[in-house]
Design a protein. Structure first.
Length: 160
């Protein structure tokens, strides 16, 4: 069963690439005591993710942060090097933290995994957005298809 509003996030470790190299982020450290907007994409550099989902959050990141959110993060079942390259290619800057769920541990633990093996993409994450307050899910918008609607930056802003 997939994670629901009111549930606590599972304990996993994400990775990101920083100037100092690979950095670990446990769920407890990253989400503890903070209000975080987390959105997930099936894959870096894919058309909808690159052209719509990520840029949507980039455009309104200042409004999201001004609404009391401490951090905006994008998670994908890609390695940290790919996510770093994607962020640089899209000129993301520091407003959005790119979190690697390289082995899909978070996607699996939340029940938000997606099997795209038929397309030779392997296991990925569903497209979604959540608002997390001190590790507890306050909003969850999981897309039923390929489009960006309930997981869009505008939907998250409306939920804040």
């Amino acid at each position: 069963m997939a994670i629901q509003v009111g549930d606590r996030l599972p304990d996993v470790t994400f990775k990101s690439l920083t100037a100092e190299g690979l950095q670990d982020h446990t769920t407890a450290d990253f989400f503890g005591g903070k209000k975080v907007v987390l959105f997930a994409v099936p894959g870096a550099f894919t058309p909808t993710c690159s052209d719509t989902h990520l840029p949507g959050f980039q455009v309104v990141s200042d409004k999201i942060l001004a609404s009391g959110v401490d951090t905006i993060a994008c998670v994908a079942v890609n390695d940290a090097f790919v996510l770093d390259a994607w962020a640089k290619a899209r000129n993301i800057g520091d407003d959005i933290t790119m979190l690697s769920d390289g082995n899909g541990a978070f996607a699996d633990a939340t029940g938000l995994d997606l099997d795209l093996s038929a397309l030779a993409f392997g296991k990925r994450s569903k497209r979604y957005a959540m608002i997390v307050d001190d590790g507890v899910v306050q909003y969850l918008g999981v897309e039923p298809g390929k489009d960006v609607g309930v997981s869009s930056a505008d939907a998250v802003l409306a939920a804040l």
